[in-house]
Every structure is written in C-alpha cells, then in structure tokens.
Ligand binder design. Structure first.
Ligand code: IPE
Ligand code: IPE
Ligand code: MG
Length: 241
C-alpha cells in the first residue's frame, strides 16, 4: 500500500536525504523485548528505506547508524550493534550490487574493531563502481568530531604554507569534511518523536528541511518515507532570499 508515492512530484525530489534512525529501544520496550531486538528489527527498516530511495531515484541517502556518543552505551549493546551492522553489511552486499547501490561510510572508523572495519571496507570496495543510489553510513560519527578534524587539517595547511588565512572559505571548510563529495542534505528526517539533531551533520544541514515523526525506526516503512518527501515538497525553501 503506497499512498504517498503516487503523490510525489518526480521532478522535484530531494537529492540527498539524511535520517536519524531513532527509537529502536523504545519500540522493543513497548513490546516487552530488550533493546537489541529493536536494533534487529531496525535492520528491516534500513533495507526497506534504502530500497524505497533507490526505487524513486534519490541520489544520496545518509543513515545515522552509530554516533560517537553511542560508544558510551553499555558494552553488550555496543557489541551487539557492531555485530549487527557488520553482519548486515556483509549479507546485503550482493543485493546492493544488484540494485546498483554504492556504499560509503563517514565517521571515525579507526575506532571500529578490526574485523568490522575490514568487512565494511570490503563492501565499500565491492560496490564502488555502482552508479545508482549512494548509501552513506554514518558510523562512529559526530559532527563536532568531524569539524574538529577539519579545523586541524586546515590549520596544518596554513602552517605549512599550503593555504593563506584568506583562503579559508565556506567551500574550503566543506572540502575538509568527510562529506566533501556529497551535496548537503535537502531533507533531514528523525524518527521516534525527539526533536533534536544529536551531533549529526551540523555544518551540512544549514538549509536542510527538518522532518520529525513519532514513528519509531523499526516501524518506519516505505510509505512513511514517501510521506516525509511529500511534506518536503509542500514547503517553500527560500535560502534567506
Ligand atoms: C536508535 O535507537 C539506534 C541507535 C542510536 C544506534 P535507540 O537505541 O536510540 O533507541 P531509543 O531512542 O533508546 O528508543
Ligand atoms: C542519535 O540517536 C544517534 C543515532 C541515531 C545513531 P541517540 O538516541 O543516540 O540520540 P539522543 O541520545 O536521543 O540525543
Ligand atoms: Mg535514541
């Protein structure tokens, strides 16, 4: 049943959609299960929404899968999340290829366990030639980590004489972020009712449209996604003009 899909203006689709996939724990708790069960069911939503994005021709989909702050969760949850993420990536590689989807990752991947980083890299390499949807996983990611790194790199460039202070521009900063090859999100979605950004793409969402929904991530389905795009298309983006 897809009601909103038919209502979309295919000529005005957002190029890049970013999603804060929140509410796995609450979804599970409401059903009397533990949080991990919520994460497991969240994978179904990842599959559905990736497919939905590819189906209508979205160019970039960025999913916030694990934040820098999430390392501070109880160790068993962190381990379960890591395993789930990596197992899924490995299992889904053939279907990413079948659907012409390219995988990328942003975040401090040096903090991932070796086995996880290697499997992730394998999937990135094996899908790098695909020309359809680019699926960007934000893993061990936070915006302040990213901006701090960019600042360090730019300062080094100034110190070594590669840049002058006057070369520092909006564009130079963007080019030092992990998202340098990716356009800014047009639309940012957060599920599960919380209306905050939680250290996600702070620089990049300067003019993004924000969409919040009560639906928990494991219950988020294609038509919820198309509804968010539909609402986006009703808005008037003025960019300060
Ligand atoms: C989102 O669900 C998944 C991650 C942050 C990895 P949560 O685990 O934050 O679930 P809630 O917000 O506690 O319900
Ligand atoms: C944001 O969700 C991070 C991800 C979805 C990966 P959190 O559940 O960690 O954020 P807070 O703690 O509610 O701000
Ligand atoms: Mg949460």
């Amino acid at each position: 049943m897809s009601f909103y899909k038919e209502k979309l203006d295919k000529a005005r689709l957002p190029k890049h959609i970013a999603i804060i996939m929140d509410g796995n724990g609450r979804w599970a708790k409401e059903r009397g299960y533990d949080r991990i069960f919520g994460h497991q069911n969240g994978v179904t939503s990842v599959r559905e929404i990736t497919e939905a994005a590819a189906e209508i021709g979205i160019e970039y989909l960025t999913l916030y899968a694990f934040s820098t702050e999430n390392w501070g969760r109880p160790q068993p949850e962190v381990e379960a999340l890591m395993e789930l993420l990596i197992d899924t990536i490995e299992k889904e590689t053939p279907s990413l290829n079948q659907n012409n989807i390219r995988l990328m990752a942003i975040g401090d991947l040096s903090r991932l366990p070796d086995y996880a980083r290697e499997k992730l890299q394998r999937c990135i390499d094996q899908t790098s030639q695909n020309s359809g949807l680019t699926l960007v996983l934000a893993l061990s990611y936070s915006s302040r980590w990213e901006i701090t790194n960019a600042l360090k790199n730019i300062c080094e460039g100034v110190q070594s004489g590669k840049y002058n202070i006057d070369d520092i521009s909006d564009k130079l900063i963007s080019d030092h972020l992990t998202t340098k090859s990716i356009p800014d999100p047009d639309l940012m979605i957060r599920t599960s009712g919380e209306e905050r950004v939680s250290n996600f793409l702070l620089w990049q969402i300067a003019y993004s449209e924000l969409y919040f929904t009560q639906t928990h991530w494991p219950a988020f389905r294609k038509d919820n996604f198309y509804q968010a795009i539909y609402e986006f298309q009703q808005r008037d983006r003025r960019f300060g003009k």
